[in-house]
Design a protein around this ligand. Structure first.
Ligand code: COI
Length: 354
């Protein structure tokens, strides 16, 4: 990419990295030294600034706080075996961000601000990219409506921000999940395919109810008939039935997960049959009765894969067999890790290395 965008960089005078316990990384706990901020006003994006991580100042009337125009991405940078850094699937994340922004009537962040901004930010905080197996620098780009005006309107001003922090893999214990048929995460024609804050805030109440009843998460069903599985908690849902990796097709109520897409592609590379088709509650019940379902898991950037041990359907707990390291989900996860850390060739051109 030819660089036409200028960036303003003000490095931190002191790093906070010595406060980090790299042996006990907890998702969301540590934040790297710098962040990128870029404002949109009067129809243009201003010069992006890379500055020390710190609080943002915003008016109580900022539109995002009232009407929810806010979207985010979740992505990861990896330390490769040769010491270089790889931001994984940067272009796919950019495309999804633009779709989310578009769905929420927000100004589109220029590609150069996103790609070059990420490169410069992560390069400046390069010592924050951990190297231990399973670790990564989690990157959180987000944008919100910053116009200070509480009238109900599409904002004319936005702030785009990127910060990051080192993380380890999470949610490894097999979960007990409940098929949710009273509440829905996303309706047909709604915002389910956008990575907007409201989708997550709206999911809290049913998830809290499920947790109070002893479950770890919910398996969301469709908003029309509550018959088809859509997502697993905050992740895409995948199953292995009859040796086939099965996942619901993308729709306007399912997020186009980058990990989902990557795992489906890698399954093809490993000659694991893949089917993208609707998965009904009845399909699951039948597969449990016939013992043909061998795996169920969530897939997302943060946890990569989250194994499901028990699925609760209409009052009955159905148990998955214990997972061994040879389970398809773990083979796919290992393959993904190998490819993005440079142990295996990046045949799909997913890595953005510097
Ligand atoms: C991710 O898996 O990265 C997500 O975006 C889910 C998140 C809210 C942690």
């Amino acid at each position: 990419m030819e660089l036409t965008q200028e960036f303003s960089i003000r490095p931190a005078t002191q790093s906070r990295i010595q406060e980090v316990d790299f042996n006990h990384l907890e998702f969301g706990k540590y934040v790297a030294d710098h962040m990128l901020v870029c404002d949109y006003a009067n129809g243009t994006w201003e010069t992006p600034q890379i500055i020390p991580f710190g609080n943002l100042s915003l008016s109580p009337t900022s539109l995002a706080l009232h009407y929810g125009q806010t979207v985010f991405e979740g992505m990861k940078a990896f330390r490769m075996v040769d010491g270089r850094i790889n931001i994984f699937r940067i272009h796919k994340h950019y495309e999804r961000l633009t779709r989310s922004l578009d769905r929420m009537c927000m100004a589109i962040v220029p590609e150069e601000v996103f790609i070059e901004g990420l490169r410069q930010l992560v390069a400046l905080d390069s010592k924050w990219v951990p190297a231990a197996p399973g670790t990564a620098l989690y990157i959180r780009p987000f944008a919100y409506a910053s116009e200070a005006k509480f009238g109900v309107k599409v904002s004319d001003e936005y702030k785009f921000v990127i910060f990051s922090g080192p993380v380890a893999g999470a949610f490894q214990k097999p979960l007990r999940v409940k098929v949710e048929t009273s509440y829905v995460r996303a309706a047909r024609g709604g915002t389910g395919a956008a990575k907007c804050g409201g989708n997550y805030g709206g999911a809290y109440y049913p998830t809290q109810k499920a947790k109070e009843a002893g479950f770890d998460q919910v398996l969301w069903t469709d908003g029309r008939e509550n018959k088809y599985i859509e997502e697993s908690g905050m992740m895409n849902a995948l199953f292995v039935i009859d040796g086939v990796l099965v996942t619901p097709p993308l729709s306007d109520s399912i997020l186009d997960g980058v990990t989902r897409d990557s795992l489906l592609t890698l399954a093809g590379d490993l000659d694991i049959p893949v089917e993208t088709r609707p998965v009904s509650i009845e399909d699951l019940e039948k597969a449990f009765r016939q013992h043909t379902i061998t795996e169920a898991f969530g897939a997302g950037t943060a946890a990569i894969v989250a194994p499901i041990g028990t699925i609760h359907i209409n009052g009955i707990d159905y148990h998955l067999p214990d997972y061994t390291p040879g389970a398809i989900m773990y083979r796919l996860k290992d393959k993904l890790e190998a490819m993005r850390t440079g142990k295996e060739e990046d045949i799909h051109h997913w890595n953005y290395v510097f």
